[in-house]
Design a protein around this ligand. Structure first.
Ligand SMILES: Cc1cc2nc3c(=O)[nH]c(=O)nc-3n(C[C@H](O)[C@H](O)[C@H](O)COP(=O)(O)OP(=O)(O)OC[C@H]3O[C@@H](n4cnc5c(N)ncnc54)[C@H](O)[C@@H]3O)c2cc1C
Length: 175
């Protein structure tokens, strides 16, 4: 990071997974200058992990204005059936079928959103696009936080960049 302004950021988030990016969105939308670091590249997303964003999480996506974006980024074809089916066993009797349970049709009475079956990389892509759109948030790829120490005036972070060089960075409390 080539910055000489030690007051540039108020918060540093180590890790651009779903949690780190959710934190950055919440802070950034409140105007808190936030730096998000991750060892991965700018468009490198984790795969094959989360495959469902449940209704409550989708309500957060809706509040952040990206619920539709997640549906848009979902690579699963729209003709794949998104019912929720309770069965006695795989080839057994259907107990209950909730048609289109994981498909946005209209707002249900019990929640502002429905769950979305989108794979992990679509979730990360959607969140990444959002943090990049928030002026108060800066994303720094290829960066690993190696250490930090806290004192009464702030936090000193040590990070490693893509070339393997380590540098210190200071974040002042109340900066
Ligand atoms: C095989 C597998 C299957 C899963 N399946 C499901 C599922 O079906 N449904 C479900 O809800 N959940 C599932 N999970 C769990 C889900 O992936 C995690 O709960 C979720 O990813 C946690 O998010 P996170 O942001 O806390 O951490 P992570 O997604 O792990 O993100 C952490 C980030 O921090 C970065 N990082 C690490 N160290 C540093 C450092 N020193 N400096 C800077 N950045 C750093 C990493 O590169 C990464 O991007 C699964 C997990 C695994 C491993």
């Amino acid at each position: 990071m080539n910055t000489s302004d030690e007051n540039e950021f108020q918060v540093v988030v180590a890790g651009a997974g779903p949690v780190g990016m959710a934190v950055a969105i919440e802070l950034g939308l409140r105007g808190i200058r936030t730096l998000v670091c991750d060892p991965r590249g700018p468009v490198e997303y984790n795969v094959a992990r989360i495959n469902l964003t449940n209704a409550r999480s989708m309500e957060h996506f809706r509040r952040w204005g990206i619920a539709d974006k997640l549906r848009e980024n979902d690579p699963i074809p729209s003709d794949v059936v998104r019912d929720l089916t309770y069965v006695t066993r795989a080839n057994g009797r259907i107990i209950l079928n909730v048609e289109g349970a994981y498909e946005w049709r209209e707002q249900p009475s019990f929640a502002a959103e429905v769950p979305e079956w989108a794979p992990h990389h679509a979730i990360e892509k959607t969140l990444r696009e959002k943090i990049l759109s928030i002026p108060a948030v800066t994303f720094m790829p290829f960066t690993t936080i190696k250490d930090f120490t806290q004192d009464s005036e702030g936090v000193t972070l040590t990070y490693e960049d893509q070339s393997g060089d380590c540098q210190d960075f200071r974040v002042w409390a109340g900066g």
